[in-house]
Design a protein around this ligand. Structure first.
Ligand code: ATR
Length: 280
């Protein structure tokens, strides 16, 4: 019988740790599958996905810059991916291409299970209103924080994101607000950095006073781009956590969709931290 095929599609994609993570998940859950890495031409996303499905592909992860194209290509999109406006997991079922988004679930899994942070009743600050923030806002609201403030350099983008999630916030009884970074007020139990500010060496875009005593400061990035934020958090007395657990968490949730089993993501995260220290 042909082996079940999966891959991660992106451009660039050489740096992706997904093949390593999924190979480890497969080993630890006793599943037989192959998971590759595919560099997709910028103008060739849809044809590459269709070709992979014809080759016998069962599903793929989608990374930069194709998450929006994947949402447009899928024949059915989950409600959480619709809210996020982006798809990071495709599954092929007959002629159907199913789209889902596990980024937010990965973040919540890492926060609650690995960091031991219970979101219920907490005051949360989400910095940024781009694709990374959009992917996690819905799943955060589902955990019933008391309030969630989206703060962005461009206020209009934060307001748009908040408006799109307003009905869900009412349903979950969460006080959902948009603020500009410049006028940001208040302090928070959890501060999540979903901006790309560190990639342009711009520094942390909020003041240390946003952190309540004992707060958790979480950067959705990992590796060198997360370092500035983690140091800033430590300087202000907060616990600091990078986004490596979110990466493993979103992969675990994708594995669950494809294989029907949630792999031991905590163990794989610990192993990946060792691998990354040895081969950064
Ligand atoms: P991504 O998919 O990584 O979220 P994006 O959609 O380009 O990428 O969004 C980048 C986010 O980082 C935005 O919220 C952006 O703020 P603007 O909406 O005002 O552009 C934020 N960002 C980028 N550089 C920043 C900086 N130097 N200071 C503050 N925010 C920054």
């Amino acid at each position: 019988m042909a082996i079940d095929l999966y891959c991660v599609m992106g451009n660039p994609v050489a740096h992706s740790r997904s093949p390593w993570i999924h190979a480890r998940f497969a080993e630890l859950t006793g599943q037989t599958l192959r998971y590759d890495r595919r560099l997709i031409p910028l103008d060739g996303f849809a044809s590459s996905v269709r070709a992979f499905a014809l080759e016998g592909g069962r599903g793929c992860n989608i990374t930069v810059p194709f998450k929006f194209d994947a949402a447009a290509l899928a024949s059915r999109v989950s409600s959480r991916a619709t809210l996020a406006g982006a798809v990071n997991v495709l599954s092929f079922e007959g002629a159907e291409i199913l789209g889902d988004n596990t980024d937010g679930a990965g973040l919540v899994l890492d926060l609650q299970r690995n960091a031991g942070f219970d979101l219920r009743g907490r005051h949360v600050l989400l910095i940024g209103a781009g694709g990374a923030a959009a992917g996690v806002l819905g799943p955060l609201l589902h955990e019933h924080p008391a309030s969630l403030t989206v703060a962005n350099r461009t206020l209009a983008r934060a307001s748009e994101l908040v408006a799109r999630h307003a009905a869900l916030a009412v349903q979950q009884e969460v006080d959902l607000l948009a603020q500009s970074l410049q006028g940001l007020r208040g302090n928070f139990d959890l501060v999540i950095n979903a901006t790309s500010a560190s990639l342009s060496h711009a520094g942390v875009p909020v003041a240390g006073s946003t952190l309540k005593p004992g707060a958790l400061a979480y950067d959705m990035m990992y590796g060198p781009p997360a370092q500035g934020f983690l140091s800033w958090a430590a300087e202000h007395g907060a616990s600091a956590r990078d986004g490596l657990g979110m990466l493993v968490g979103q992969a675990a949730e994708a594995f669950l969709i494809w294989r029907g089993v949630l792999p031991p993501e905590q163990q794989v995260l610990e192993e990946l931290r060792v691998v990354m220290r040895e081969t950064p």
